[in-house]
Design a protein around this ligand. Sequence first.
Ligand SMILES: O=C(O)C1=C[C@@H](OP(=O)(O)O)[C@@H](O)[C@H](O)C1
Ligand SMILES: C=C(OP(=O)(O)O)C(=O)O
Length: 436
Amino acid sequence: MVSRLDWISHAGRALQGSVRVPGDKSVSHRALMLGALADGISHIRGFLEGEDTRATAAVLQQLGVRIETPAEGERRVHGVGLHGLRGAAQPLDCGNAGTGMRLLAGLLAGQAFASTLVGDESLSKRPMRRVTDPLAMMGAKIDSRDGLPPLQVHGNQALHGIEYTLPVASAQVKSALLLAGLYAHGETTVIEPHPTRDYTERMLAAFGWPIDFEPGRARLSGGHVLRATDVDVPADFSSAAFFLVAASIVPGSKLRLPAVGLNPRRTGLLQALRLMGADIRIENPRKSGGEPVGDLMVRYAPLHGIELPEALVPDMIDEFPVLFVAAAAAKGRTVVRGAAELRVKESDRIASMAAGLRAIGAQIEETPDGAIITGGPLGGGGIESHGDHRIAMSFAVAGLIAGDPIRLNDCSNVATSFPGFLELANSCGFALSAAS
Ligand SMILES: O=C(O)C1=C[C@@H](OP(=O)(O)O)[C@@H](O)[C@H](O)C1
Ligand SMILES: C=C(OP(=O)(O)O)C(=O)O
């Protein structure tokens, strides 16, 4: 990560124009990993040039995979085949990426060599037992520091499939088990308490691996091959989310967000904002690379508070920080429950948002698994991102409607998921500047 960088967000003008947000982070990580394990060359277009996904590319290169960058936003992955990775002498640095580390733990568990997975300060505090426990049931040997990174993955070529019901809804855990399952004897079945994003399942099928899946359940067996496949990565809904909220709360705004991925397991925020009164339309719905995509047209609309249906939580798990900003700008009270997972993301997102919103005069009551937010006028002040990209970008949005500028302390992390955010935001009406 680059050195600390602070921003100031000033009240902006009405947001106008068309904003093309970068490629999907979840899809980019997976395209690299499956491309690496496939036979042949896979071309990825729309690849997210973020620090998280570049870290995954660098790890795979350390494991002997040739990855070329023919142009920005593109990668050509020279697959080495399922058994073609070779061990790396040095630790494998996943940077800030929970997705990278958890999926790689599964992918590396069945190799003939040992690996060490490390991460930055934030990732080093994130719980890993959720993957190491079920992987151990498959025969994996992984040591951690009391359930935290670094992970020493010893590699065991005698993994066996299991049937596992996830205790928490997590696409990362599901994906880690499915990737380990590629190397396991017998069948691996993952059952989810609530369906989560199914990119791993869809992409395995696209790479020719036999897999049965339906919302909430996925099953595959080891012993097949992956065939190289080109991947078109849609624009990341989680990045579009900042603009959906921004245009909804700044009077006079009208924004177009082209070619955004609309996988139903990702669009909970769209439903939540519509329940709050937002005016968001999907135009030109179509398929791209097997995924539903569409152009989002969002116009300003006065929002009101809601009791957020708990069933939406997994479908908008990364969008809560910016939903909290929408709630602080809305009329009345918004209640969020059933979202305790927010406490184990890049920061404790309930605590980070509560501290930041209070610092700019909003009313928020933290609960163990959510928050109660009462809308009202926002003032200026200084907020901490706690090294968390989504907190920083959410308060950049809040700055658009605050009475005074908001100083966002430590925004370097934005580059993990959204390189170029400041320039793109300013191009449509934000007034963000680097603080001296
Ligand atoms: O599988 C994925 O790509 C992701 C799954 C989610 O994490 P959990 O699996 O921990 O819910 C999400 O928060 C993360 O940004 C990306
Ligand atoms: C939680 C996130 O990512 P990860 O788990 O990959 O660090 C995120 O991007 O909001």
